[in-house]
Design a protein around this ligand. Structure first.
Ligand code: GLC
Length: 456
């Protein structure tokens, strides 16, 4: 099938996923698989819409993005309350759908209360800010972002992340399953995927917040937090052969400010021999999670790719991450770009860490499955760093399979060869992940919608 036919088919499928509210396009549903019960896949997920939104901005059709931003803003609670069954102030829903009452349409938000595991999404408000920035860059519609309700929306999201917390690290503390990986996967605490989005959202909000008295405190808080967050992530999450040597010989049980091993990581908890073999001399990456006596050395793609896109990593670190992807291609990409996390949790680890979750059994779904939506982030990261060949190669691999397999949500197996066991077909962000990757390659100028320059 020609490349052009694939793109045409993808667009056709995407158009079918658009949902309308009071006659206006407002979002895209997660999947439109005619063969399986939709469950909540007939809803518009905030995180899933990001690639749709970016694509519509690139195509000069910003109305759907504007409608989406306005509608979701209205769903966000603006007042604090002490009722645990209500969503917190500033939280954005995981998803919403159009319901009707007495013949009137209204939007029904799901803050995780209908999702498996009942976890509230920490990523939704961060993605929302990132998409709002892209909308403003693309349309130059400053009027929208300067409106009081938008300024308030940004402010309450930031306050939720910056103020309410039970620790004193610069990272944001979240429960397990609060991001794209919305089931238990050992991501309680300070998972990288959330920290990268947090960093990007903080950077974006500095561009979006009007410097007026109402915003003064929060702007100051963001400015204070950014350098600390940057340092902690670049230094303490970073893994490469040199860092491995340092961590291997860490002292433990150290007290006080001078402690090198700030998190009291015990050497025996880290698979040094495997890592020393796996990380190439020219490679490196940000670890998956960091907390008290915990350094999770799994490789998480979203966090690492977004770190490159947002310039959370230094130029050298960004190249090292891409070197790792290139040199460990068969582990991370193989037959489908790309693994959501590597390696999979197996045996007892799978049992204890995931709660023996059958959907997340080793090398399936979140636990070592391959997610085509990540293609756009891979291509954006590679193009940003002038590593176009890597991007082309990944797209060519995805192109061989996606149409013929009817745009599956994910693939299984260590080499990503099997269509995901419970994967839906016509998954919208699989389609948009591919289309967005193609647009970025065709015109790298679009990168300005998503990337950030090195340190502000
Ligand atoms: C799954 C994914 C989640 C996604 C949702 C809708 O729950 O884990 O990230 O938003 O499906 O596609």
């Amino acid at each position: 099938m020609s490349e052009q036919t694939i793109v045409e088919q993808a667009w056709e499928a995407l158009e079918k996923s658009v949902i309308y509210y009071q006659g206006q396009p407002i979002g895209t549903i997660a999947a439109s698989d005619p063969e399986v019960a939709s469950l909540n896949y007939d809803q518009c997920f905030i995180r899933d819409f990001i690639s749709s939104g970016l694509l519509y901005l690139i195509k000069g059709k910003p109305a759907i993005v504007r409608n989406f931003l306005e509608a979701t803003l209205k769903l966000q609670p603006k007042t604090g309350q002490l009722d645990c069954s209500k969503p917190s102030r500033g939280l954005m829903p995981a998803s919403f759908k159009i319901a009707s009452l007495n013949g009137e349409e209204y939007l029904k938000a799901d803050f995780g209360n209908h999702a498996i595991g009942r976890v509230a999404p920490a990523d939704a408000c961060l993605w929302w800010i990132i998409l709002l920035r892209a909308y403003v860059i693309s349309t130059q519609d400053f009027e929208l972002v300067q409106r009081d309700d938008f300024q308030e929306g940004i402010r309450v999201s930031l306050e939720l992340c910056l103020v309410t917390r039970f620790d004193m690290y610069p990272m944001v503390l979240v429960p397990d399953g609060a991001s794209m990986i919305d089931r238990r996967m050992g991501l309680y605490g300070h998972p990288l995927d959330i920290q990268s989005l947090f960093y990007a959202a903080l950077r974006a909000s500095l561009e979006l917040l009007v410097p007026n008295p109402a915003n003064q405190t929060v702007i100051q808080a963001v400015c204070n937090r950014l350098p600390l967050l940057l340092r902690q992530l670049r230094e303490d999450y970073w893994l490469d052969p040199d860092r491995l040597n340092v961590i291997y010989r860490y002292q433990v049980e150290e007290y006080g400010e001078e402690a090198l091993n700030q998190f009291n990581i015990y050497s025996d908890s880290i698979p040094f021999y495997r890592l020393a073999k796996w990380i190439p001399e020219a490679g490196g990456y940000l670890a998956g999670n960091l907390g008290p006596s915990q350094l999770d050395c799994r490789f998480f793609s979203l966090g690492n790719l977004m770190a490159i896109i947002a310039s959370l990593t230094t130029e050298l670190q960004s190249h090292k991450i891409l070197n790792l992807i290139e040199l460990r291609w068969s582990d991370l990409i193989s037959h489908m770009p790309m693994k959501l996390c590597y390696p999979a949790l197996e045996d007892n680890d799978w049992r204890t860490v995931t709660g023996a979750d059958p959907k997340n059994r080793p090398w399936s779904y979140h636990n070592g499955g391959s997610w085509p939506v990540l293609l756009w982030m891979l291509v954006a990261a590679a193009k940003k760093m002038n590593r176009g060949e890597l991007a082309h190669h990944a797209i060519a691999i995805a192109e061989r399979r996606l149409v013929q397999d009817q745009w599956p949500e994910y693939y299984d197996g260590p080499d990503g060869r099997l269509i995901g066991k419970e994967s839906r077909k016509y998954q919208t962000w699989t389609i948009t992940g591919y289309l967005l990757a193609k647009e970025i390659i065709a015109n790298p100028d679009h990168l300005k919608l998503m990337t950030f320059d090195l340190d502000p």
